[in-house]
Design a protein around this ligand. Sequence first.
Ligand SMILES: [Zn+2]
Ligand SMILES: [Zn+2]
Length: 242
Amino acid sequence: MGKADLHIHTTYSMDGTASVREALESAVRAGLDVIAITDHDEVRGALEARAISNEYGIHVIPGAEVSTSEGHLIVLFIDRKIPAGMSLIDTLICVREMGGTAIVAHPDQPSPTSISMQSIRKALEHPQAREVLHGIEICNMNPTHSPFNGRSQKAADKLPLAHIASSDAHIASMIGAGVTGFEGSTSRELRQAIQRRSTQPQQINHEHPMRIFFRWLRLFIGRKMSEVFRRQATAQREPSRP
Ligand SMILES: [Zn+2]
Ligand SMILES: [Zn+2]
């Protein structure tokens, strides 16, 4: 059975801390066959990872975590950016035009970034939107979402969608904390498994969410400080002209 983590952030996300190479190295260490790089409203990290994925012997699906006006949607198999802020249905129509497939991220949770059951049901009634809405996260290991995984599981049990477990990693060491098992080992086989709804979600990491949060905070502050130092060093090398 193949193993995939379909929700990973890099430094192309404002709140990500892993470089593309760090993410790939960590995915290999976690024994994953397929990963999706899904930065917030951005595909550059995913395309960069796919371009060098052969060096790591891992399949990379280009994607993004799109901020719809109704919450976050994981979009896979796209190589262009999808505009943020559209309704869920309009975003799904756009995904369809690009040949992608979509997974509802951390659904039905008490957060403005979480898509409600009502919105999901409405999208599943729409003839075009439902053609590409194939999956739903029942396990998201990000510390802001994992305490509410029970609610997501309950919502997913009522819907005809493939069940997905993801790390939603914003630090390299979390990659593989949630894994989606599937028949095969390639991204094409994974896509088929999602469409057939035969995926097997698995929570791998059982660390307390606060421990994960503080690990992320330390790395995030480190990233921001090094950006400030880099900007200062550049400004000193290039003094402003009179
Ligand atoms: Zn999200
Ligand atoms: Zn995310």
